[in-house]
Design a protein around this ligand. Structure first.
Ligand code: AMP
Length: 514
């Protein structure tokens, strides 16, 4: 260590790839190794060592904090939004060594909490990693007035940007307008050719004074959600087996397939703690699977932070998702009032998380609305990926188990144990049905055995008559339930399908009155 690279920002990638993580080299390796030997990678992948503070050459990059951060152990430094720091080493993707220019403390900080001083990334209105759909969600938050805005890299034009503005129209109430910001050959930018600007900042300043044909003058930058953390702190990044005593179980959240789940604390941080019932799986197999899960980074996958596996019950410490499981959410008040656009957004996010697993050649095996969690701003994340593989409980066995999710599992997986990403696509189709029927149990009125027999004979769930489900989405569900796995769509296709789903012809999505 000790080399100072202070890289400038990496060239932009497609937004769908953005949160795949800083260690893309490691991820690439993971994919390759999984291809050749699904079990071998655990020993081979090494995380980078935490940077040391001594003998680090200075590189004079000054960064400014975009958020507050509270130190979590002895090696990191606290800071407040707006604080300035000198970067000593940013060669580790996650944790940078800095000297705080006010407190003079030297230590580690999360690199995604800061941006280079006076760069466009340091502006409150610049959102480096949001898609158009996410921008809609963030801007439409009730507390944002008309004219709240953000600027984001364009999803389609690598040199361009998009300006997203919250607007109001009488019939449609609040909605978001998106404007293309095009680059000029000489380095400037414009929205309309008769008004050009040298920088994005100048453009934003001008449109904050005068609408110049925009739907509304830019009134206030959209509040930025805190960036994703992938570990609890620099000290437990690589040593993620933590002492049980550090975990406080505060409140029981529910009971799942594996055991009880708690809202808990690690120091001051809120976490979810999954406890694994004794005998559910072997500790060795679980740890091997957890090592894969720890390496997976995508904003639509729940982050695994740490484990306590020295004694039973094993604790899995993960990111807390404040609205709980998608299934419960859909059945309760807030979920029941979701609009069609929200449902499409959730379908898109789940497909996008699964697309990432698909790209890593990993299989979920238990994809269902109960295994998707919901957070702020309708953020959906898949959980429990990989765990189904290591369950030893007989109740979870395809042939005999009462807990085996028959209604979600593809026929070839039930009958021959042939689980694949295509059997996950089948499950995704069932999840879509759960989503668009607000959490109805699939194949209503049918028992598991009957489902297996009927599905084998070609029966598929009909288009629900109680909801206004567009024909095209129903066709997509049916394609996920093709008897031949190879004919089912890929998650890559499904992501693009829901990302581009045209909601302009939107009908209010609700139950059809009798
Ligand atoms: P599970 O064991 O995943 O089926 O979880 C049981 C219940 O615990 C779920 O239905 C959720 O309500 C809750 N839960 C599980 N994981 C989390 C999490 N990471 N954040 C918040 N709630 C969770």
């Amino acid at each position: 260590m000790g080399n100072c690279c202070c890289h400038e920002k990496q060239p932009r990638r497609h937004p769908l790839q953005k949160n795949i993580g800083h260690n893309s080299g490691v991820d690439g390796k993971l994919a390759h190794i999984l291809e050749t030997n699904p079990r071998s990678h655990v020993d081979i992948i090494r995380t980078r060592p935490t940077p040391t503070r001594t003998n680090v050459p200075r590189c004079n990059k000054i960064v400014v904090a975009l958020y507050n951060y509270m130190a979590r152990d002895v090696s990191d430094v606290s800071f407040k939004k707006g604080d300035r720091m000198e970067v000593l080493d940013d060669s580790d993707g996650d944790w940078w060594t800095v000297t705080h220019l006010l407190s003079k403390e030297t230590g580690l900080i999360p690199g995604n909490f800061v941006a280079k001083e006076q760069s466009v990334e340091s502006e409150d209105w610049f959102f480096e990693e949001v898609s158009r759909k996410e921008a809609d969600k963030l801007l439409l938050a009730a507390e944002n007035p008309r004219g709240t805005f953000l600027v984001r890299p364009s999803e389609h034009n690598p040199q361009g940007y998009s300006l997203s503005v919250k607007d109001w129209e009488e019939m449609r109430e609040y909605h978001v307008k998106h404007y293309k910001i095009k680059p000029l050959d000489n380095g400037g930018f414009y929205i309309s050719t008769n008004k050009t600007f040298l920088t994005l900042t100048e453009l934003v300043q001008a449109y904050s004074k005068n609408a110049f044909g925009l739907c509304h003058v830019l009134s206030k930058p959209c509040p930025k959600p805190q960036p994703q953390m992938w570990d609890l702190g620099p000290g437990v990044r690589d040593n993620w087996e933590i002492p049980r005593i550090q975990i406080k179980l505060v409140k029981k959240l529910g009971r799942g397939n594996f055991g009880e789940v708690y809202y808990g604390k690690w120091k001051d941080l809120t976490v979810a703690v999954k406890t694994l019932r004794e005998g559910t799986m072997s500790t060795a197999a679980f740890l091997q699977e957890a090592a894969i899960m720890k390496k997976l980074r995508h904003k639509q996958l729940v982050a695994l932070y740490a484990v306590c596996s020295k004694e039973e019950p094993i604790y899995i410490v993960q990111e807390y998702m404040c609205k709980g499981s998608l299934l419960d959410f859909l059945r309760k008040d807030e979920g029941r009032t979701l609009g069609f656009e929200d449902l499409i957004y959730i379908a898109f996010q789940v497909a996008s998380g699964m697309e990432y697993l698909e790209s890593k050649q990993l299989i979920h095996r238990d994809l269902a609305a109960r295994n998707v969690l919901i957070g702020e701003n309708m953020m959906a994340k898949i959980c429990d990926f990989g765990l189904a593989r290591v369950i030893e409980d007989n109740e979870y066995c395809p042939k005999q188990g009462s807990r085996f999710p028959v209604k979600w599992t593809a026929p070839e997986a039930i009958v021959y144990g042939r689980f694949s990403i295509k059997s996950d696509v089948w499950s995704y189709g069932i999840l879509l049905m759960e989503l668009f029927t607000f959490g109805q149990v699939p194949y209503p009125g049918m028992h598991g055995r009957e489902v297996i027999e009927q599905v084998e004979k070609g029966y598929r769930m009909p288009k629900p008559t109680s909801h206004q489900l567009p024909d095209d989405i129903y066709k997509t569900m049916i394609s996920c339930w093709d008897g031949k796995p190879e004919n089912r769509p890929t998650f890559e296709f499904l992501t693009h399908y829901f990302e581009g789903f045209n909601v302009t012809s939107e009908i209010p999505y609700r139950e059809v009155p009798d």
